[in-house]
Ligand binder design. Structure first.
Ligand code: PLP
Length: 290
């Protein structure tokens, strides 16, 4: 595989950044993850927009325009003969003297890593994955804006370590007020039955979560299919009494959940309907953009 680093495609074994890069030293940088289906990068404009938003929130000027970034992605996919791919753009503050001041760095480091997209195990979608509610709290939104997709992932990594210890696939984090937020790399949804009607619930943005691109699509698809949605502040007891739970992100799409802590769930009709609708939405996007 070749890695795109600052305008050049470099063989993976030689792809290196400086030990003085502030992304490495301080986690000073941002990133974006995308998925390509049959050579088409799904929701490319939205991901690039979010990359610029993250950059602007840390006052990092990306040294490329959107068209240039798109062309660099396609160049990297082509160099690696990839059609179904995982794509990660990382932009760090760049290399500079030791010290937190961003002005110490002359220019940002811009990297695109691509890889063949490996399907998640089919059993994950058929049976669902296990989650825990982590004892690690989500970073305070007033301390670090969750809309910054930053290179600082320790909060989420600590939650992931706890999940792995408990043999779970993913961890959901609560915020400091005890409200549900999101997983370490995903948003969360659950279905509550109200007078026999299904209500699709998800934590609202003010709980301190990333406004996931997949999350937005799911909310739109639910509305389109007549499913009532509710974005609000929820407690863990709400998810414990749900009839269905699923998690979402760009690579996993909609992944059913079979257990949260000791509570079990079926892969239910709302999850199945929305995942089918999501796949149809991807197909329509490919037909339009591809
Ligand atoms: N929440 C967090 C913390 C994430 O890291 C991600 C994805 O990376 C998501 C949610 C889901 O975002 P998206 O649907 O845009 O991939």
């Amino acid at each position: 595989m070749h890695v795109y680093i600052n305008n050049r495609l470099i063989p993976e074994s030689k792809a290196k950044v400086s030990v003085f890069d502030h992304g490495f030293l301080y986690g000073d940088g941002i990133y974006e993850t995308m998925r390509a289906y049959e050579g088409v990068v799904f929701m490319l404009d939205e991901h690039i927009r979010r990359l610029y938003r993250s950059a602007s929130l840390i006052q990092l000027a990306i040294p490329k325009g959107a068209a240039e970034i798109k062309s660099a992605i396609h160049k990297t996919l082509k160099a690696n003969s990839l059609k179904n791919a995982y794509i990660r753009i990382t932009v760090s503050r760049g290399s500079g003297k030791i010290g937190l001041d961003p002005a110490l760095c002359e220019k940002p480091t811009f990297i695109i890593i691509t890889n063949e997209f490996k399907d998640y195990p089919a059993s994950f979608y058929k049976k669902g994955v296990r989650l825990i509610i982590s004892s690690v709290k989500r970073n305070l939104k007033e301390a670090i804006n969750p809309q910054i997709k930053s290179l600082n992932f320790l909060n989420n990594i600590l939650a992931k370590i706890e999940a792995k210890k408990k043999k779970a696939y993913e961890a959901l984090m609560l915020n400091s007020q005890g409200h549900l937020t999101e997983g370490t790399i995903c948003n969360v949804f659950f279905v509550l039955k109200k007078k026999n009607k299904s209500v699709l619930c998800t934590p609202s943005l003010d709980c301190g979560i990333l406004d996931g691109i997949t999350r937005n699509i799911v909310l739109e698809l639910a509305k389109k299919h007549g499913i009532t949605t509710k974005e609000s502040k929820f407690k863990k007891e709400d998810i414990y009494r749900a009839s269905e739970v699923f998690i979402t992100n760009t690579t996993m799409e909609i992944m059913p959940v079979c257990k949260v802590d000791s509570v079990s769930y079926q892969v239910g009709s709302v999850t199945k309907l929305l995942h089918e609708a999501y796949k149809e939405n991807v197909r329509a996007y490919l037909a339009k953009v591809g």
